[in-house]
Each structure stands twice: as structure tokens, then as C-alpha cells.
Design a protein around this ligand. Structure first.
Ligand code: PMM
Length: 287
């Protein structure tokens, strides 16, 4: 089985015949799991390099929290947070993805050396995103969500969440391609935790093979999310602490790899690398 990578992914990553492990690096004061840990560039860069040493293939740098209810920031604030980190990581030989909904931040970050644009709005936030990505010639992660972060939980109403998300992703794919994005550069992501209630994430995951069959590389971001915290809640219903959700994240990564995803986006990369290898071996045993 040879793996389908998005075109224009750096050659070194295209050679990998296993799901990619994308390390999360939020340079924000308020992201849900690691907010405030790395809002100073030196510590952010050191953490990114460390994640690479532990096995991350790409570091996903974000400068605006996307947790439900988060306060939006301007492109200027976002750029001031991410650019020094992107530049320093690229200078250290790290492959960087930029997690942004803003075309300007995507453009400036790619100019600074980022090699992937990860847009959790799937192009809904910024009308200039598709034309910008089209001109940049980098992979574009098109994620499913509904509404802005402040209100997305109100939009978690579906007839059938898996098929509704698949249909809406299809609409965004059509719009992106009509807007000039090369279909071979697109990675799709069902957007776990984005406009989805706890159980709806499990319903989406249960249909992951159908997302894979769409024919685009699929990225999954389950890491430490609320649906895992709820699953692991204590006897009084208190959700499990963020940092104590990694074993559950790894289980999802292994199952997602067995279902054929292209990549997993995680906070703790070390065990994730083992997890995707287990999933890949599992899928190969089936063939
Ligand atoms: N989740 C978050 C941020 N960016 N990007 C993609 N493609 N998929 C995700 O699931 C995703 C994302 C939120 O998690 P964080 O606050 O830990 O970064």
C-alpha cells in the first residue's frame, strides 16, 4: 500500500509510509489544553524542537485559540505571536504547518517557511483564503466546523452527524476547488470537537472509513478533547484532566491509523508515533 500524500508536501515527508504525526504548538494565552504554556517565543520554539525530537513530522503552530467561546484576535496580533516561532522553527529544520483561519496569516507564515496551511474554518472565515492558498502551492487542511468559535456549540444540531459533516465537507471542497485550490493539495478533517457534542464525535469516528473513502488524505485531531475528558470522567462526573487524556488519545490515533487516515494532530507525539504504527500494521494484517 503506498500512501497518498497531498501534492506539494515536502519530499522528506512524502517518503513516509505511515500516518504523519503532527505536533500541536499553540502560542496563545488561552487554548484549551496548552494555552499559556508557550506564549513566549523562546519556550515555544524549544517545545516545537522537542516535539520533533520525540518524533513529530510537522509542528502545527497556532496563534489564536479555537476553543468554544474563545475571544477572536486580529491578524496583527496573530502574526506577532506566530511569525517569530515559525521562522525560528523553520531555521532549525522543522516542517511547520500554520493553524489559522486568516488568509494574511497563512500567506505571511508560508513566506516565513511554513509548508502547510491548516484552516479550522474550511475557508468559511476569510473569503480570501482559497485564492491565497491557491497561489501558495502548499497542502491545505480543510476542516469541518460550523459558525465562529464563540457560538459553534449552538450549531451542533444534525440529522445524522456523520453524513451531514460529509456533505458539508463536500460543499467546502467544491467551493475550494472552484476558488482555485488544487484538489491534490487538499487534506480533509471532520473537525472533532468543532460544533459537535460529545457523542457526535464518536459517531463521526465510527464512520471514519467513509471519510477516508472520499479519496482525500484525512487528518484527525482528537488530542485531549472534551469528548475524551467526558469518557474518562470520575465517579462524580468530573472530566479527566487534559494531560491525563493522552492514553485515550493514543487509542484513537491507533484506530484512526487502522482506518487509513493520513495524519493525526496530537499534543503528546511520542506515544502517537507508536500508535499510528500499530494502526498501520493492523490495517496491513487485514489486506
Ligand atoms: N483542533 C484544534 C485546533 N486546530 N486543526 C485541525 N486540522 N484539526 C483539529 O481537530 C484541530 C485543529 C483545537 O485543539 P487545540 O486547542 O489543542 O489546538
Amino acid at each position: 500500500m503506498s500512501r497518498r500524500h497531498p501534492s506539494s508536501l515536502p519530499e522528506e515527508l512524502r517518503k513516509l509510509d505511515r500516518p504523519l504525526v503532527i505536533g500541536v504548538l499553540n502560542v496563545t494565552p488561552d487554548s484549551f489544553s496548552d494555552g499559556g504554556n508557550h506564549d513566549e517565543p523562546t519556550s515555544a520554539v524549544a517545545h516545537g524542537i522537542n516535539l520533533c525530537r520525540e518524533g513529530a513530522d510537522i509542528i502545527d503552530v497556532g496563534g489564536e485559540s479555537t476553543r468554544p467561546g474563545a475571544t477572536p484576535v486580529s491578524a496583527q496580533v496573530e502574526l506577532s505571536r506566530v511569525l517569530p516561532v515559525v521562522s525560528a522553527l523553520v531555521a532549525a529544520g522543522v516542517h511547520v504547518s500554520i493553524d489559522t483561519m486568516k488568509a494574511e496569516v497563512a500567506r505571511e507564515s508560508v513566506a516565513a517557511g511554513a509548508c502547510v496551511v491548516n484552516d479550522v474554518s474550511g475557508g468559511l472565515f476569510d473569503a480570501a483564503m482559497y485564492s491565497t492558498v491557491a497561489s501558495l502551492d502548499v497542502p491545505y487542511v480543510l476542516m469541518h466546523s460550523r459558525g465562529e468559535a464563540s457560538v459553534m456549540n449552538q450549531h451542533a444540531v444534525y440529522d445524522d452527524v456523520a453524513s451531514d459533516v460529509m456533505r458539508e465537507l463536500g460543499d467546502r471542497l467544491q467551493a475550494a476547488i472552484a476558488g482555485g485550490v488544487d484538489p491534490d493539495c487538499i487534506v480533509v478533517d471532520p473537525g472533532l470537537g468543532f460544533a459537535k457534542e460529545v457523542d457526535q464525535n464518536w459517531q463521526v469516528l465510527n464512520h471514519l472509513d467513509e471519510f477516508v473513502r472520499l479519496g482525500y488524505p484525512v487528518l484527525i485531531g482528537a488530542s485531549r478533547k472534551r469528548f475524551l475528558g467526558s469518557l474518562l470522567a470520575d465517579s462524580e462526573g468530573r472530566p479527566r484532566e487534559f494531560a491525563e487524556r493522552d492514553a485515550a488519545t493514543d487509542a484513537v490515533s491507533a484506530l484512526a491509523a487502522a482506518a487509513g487516515v493520513w495524519g493525526v494532530r496530537v499534543h503528546n507525539v511520542k506515544a502517537a508515533v507508536d500508535s499510528v504504527l500499530v494502526g498501520r500494521a493492523w490495517a496491513r494484517g487485514r489486506q
